[in-house]
Ligand binder design. Structure first.
Ligand SMILES: *Cc1c(COP(=O)(O)O)cnc(C)c1O
Length: 215
C-alpha cells in the first residue's frame, strides 16, 4: 500500500523535523469508502479508522471487524445526542464531543453499557458560525462538566478554517490543551498534516491521501 507508506513517511519526517520522538497515531478516515477500498489498508496493517456517520459505520464495520477484530474505530463527525448510545457501543474513540447535552448523553451511555470510548473535545478553533465545536470561551466549562459526569477526556480536536493557514490554529489548540491539562491533540488532515505534527498532534485524521479524492 504505497499511499499508506508515503503518509507514514510524511508523518515521520515532520516529527523528525520537530524533534519529536513519539509518532502520532494515524487514523484512516474511511467515510464514504466501500469495504473493498478499505481492505487493502487492513491488509497493509492499518488498524485505526475514522467515520463521520454512525449509521454508515454500523453498516460497514461489523463484517470487517469479524475479519480484523483489533480494528479501532474513531467517530470524527458531528454526533447527535440521540445517537450517543450507538456511538459509545460502536466506537473506540469519539473526536467530536462539543456540547453539554452530548456530554450528558455519553455519560448516560457509559453507565448503561459499562464502556467509555477515548473522548476528544472538539474546539471551534476558528470561531466559525457554521462549524461544530465548543468555543474557546466555553471549553473550560465543558471540560468541568465532563469531569463532573465521570468522563475522562483524552484531549482536544479541531478543524481549522479551510481558507487560512492551519499552523496558528494548531498552536492555539496545543496551548489550550496545556492550559486545561489534557494530553491528546487530534489535528491534521491531508492538506495540513505536517503542520499538525510539527505543532504536537498525537493523532492525525487522513482520508484523501490514503483513499484518493472523495467522489
Ligand atoms: C473527512 C475528514 C477528515 C479527512 O480529511 P482529508 O482531507 O480527506 O484527509 C479528517 N477529519 C474529519 C473530521 C473529517 O470529516
Amino acid at each position: 500500500m504505497d499511499r499508506l507508506e508515503e503518509m507514514k513517511a510524511r508523518i515521520a519526517l515532520a516529527a523528525k523535523r520537530a524533534g519529536r520522538e513519539v509518532r502520532p497515531t494515524l487514523v484512516a478516515v474511511s467515510k464514504t469508502r466501500e469495504a473493498d477500498d478499505i481492505r487493502p489498508l487492513l491488509e497493509a496493517g492499518q488498524r485505526d479508522f475514522g467515520e463521520n456517520r454512525v449509521q454508515e459505520a454500523e453498516a460497514k464495520w461489523p463484517a470487517l471487524r469479524e475479519e480484523y477484530p483489533d480494528v479501532r474505530l474513531h467517530m470524527v463527525g458531528q454526533l447527535q445526542s440521540n445517537k450517543a448510545e450507538d456511538a459509545v457501543r460502536l466506537f473506540d474513540a469519539i473526536h467530536s464531543v462539543d456540547r453539554p447535552s452530548l456530554v450528558k448523553a455519553i455519560a448516560a451511555a457509559k453507565t448503561k453499557l459499562g464502556r467509555q470510548p477515548e473522548l476528544y473535545v472538539q474546539v471551534n478553533i476558528g470561531a466559525e458560525a457554521q462549524k461544530g465545536g465548543v468555543s474557546t470561551a466555553d471549553l473550560g466549562d465543558l471540560l468541568a462538566l465532563a469531569q463532573d459526569q465521570g468522563l475522562e477526556i483524552a484531549g482536544l480536536m479541531c478543524i481549522p478554517p479551510a481558507d487560512l493557514e492551519s499552523s496558528p490554529f494548531f498552536a492555539l489548540l496545543a496551548e489550550l490543551a496545556r492550559r486545561h491539562e489534557v494530553a491528546g491533540l487530534s489535528m491534521g488532515m491531508t492538506h495540513d498534516v505536517e503542520q499538525a505534527v510539527m505543532q504536537g498532534a498525537t493523532i492525525v485524521r487522513i482520508g484523501t491521501a490514503l483513499f484518493g479524492p472523495r467522489g
